[in-house]
Design a protein around this ligand. Structure first.
Ligand code: 6PG
Length: 256
């Protein structure tokens, strides 16, 4: 749901998931270069799921690999499943395989969520502290990521913010442990809306015809209470990168 008060999200359409990934990877490099120029560093939160994998692979390959300011890049995760980092469902594992293990980002600048922690509440509090330390933010102060990447599930969830979850109403904690009964791995950790909406830039990467219905609901239904609709950066830019199948129900629009 986008009310008349909100700046409109930008929508970019691509022929297919590969074109989307190419553009997303290029956009990440652009945001990184601008952030490093302005503030001498780039802070990014990666998305999980499958869609961003090709984007990460593009970033890990020439020519973008050489263009990215890796030594000035700090990498975080917007959500994680409660599994160890070598588990097939670990978001860290996916990002590490596709990207992190292949690029010269200093390991000390990669902060993963401890999905393997016995107590997810403790892991969420720990990650909040890790973020605060990296940003030098004080207690109660929300850091502003240069870029948060997000995906969206067919039910409209984003990060691990699922429909109907009490965490959608969170106003204080930047990172929370959640139980998402509908998900294959129900125990998860996630950025909350206050942290997501404090970002300078948020980019959704959404591909595939199975997402068409929910994309339409988020973009056009003013009564939508879907979690993805609640992403509205307070002072930042919101961009949706969609492939043609995901945008199929939106009507005619610009295509790349
Ligand atoms: C996760 C995610 C989640 C994901 C969507 C879309 O950990 O599951 O971060 O929010 O982005 O479910 O996933 P796909 O890209 O696999 O469709």
């Amino acid at each position: 749901m986008f009310s008349a008060m909100d700046p409109k999200p930008e929508i970019e359409l691509f022929d297919d998931a590969t074109a989307l990934a190419d553009a997303a990877a290029r956009a990440i490099v652009e945001v990184a270069e601008a952030a490093v120029k302005a503030r001498r560093r780039f802070t990014v939160a990666l998305a999980g799921g499958n869609t961003p994998r090709t984007t990460y692979e593009r970033l890990a390959a020439s020519p973008l690999r050489e263009q990215m300011p890796w030594d000035r890049t700090w990498i975080f995760f917007g959500d994680e499943r409660a599994v160890p980092p070598d588990h097939p469902d670990s978001n860290y594992r996916m990002a590490n395989t596709a990207l992190l293990s292949k690029v010269p980002v200093p390991p000390a600048q990669v902060a993963r969520i401890r999905g393997e922690a016995e107590d997810s509440e403790v892991a969420a509090a720990d990650y909040t502290r890790v973020i605060a330390e990296a940003f030098g933010s004080r207690r109660g102060e929300l850091p502003s990521f240069d870029l948060i990447l997000l995906g969206m599930g067919v039910d409209g969830h984003t990060a691990s913010l699922f429909p109907g979850s009490p965490v959608l109403k969170e106003v204080f904690r930047p990172v929370a442990a959640v139980h998402a009964a509908a998900a294959a791995i129900p125990e998860r950790l996630t950025f909350t809306f206050p942290l997501i909406n404090a970002a300078a830039r948020v980019m959704f990467l959404v591909a595939g015809s199975e997402k068409a219905k929910v994309v339409k609901a988020v973009m056009t239904d003013s009564g939508s209470s879907l979690p993805a609709s609640m992403v509205r950066p307070t002072n930042g830019r919101l961009t949706w990168l969609l492939d043609r199948p995901a945008a199929a129900l939106l009507g005619p629009g610009k295509r790349r």
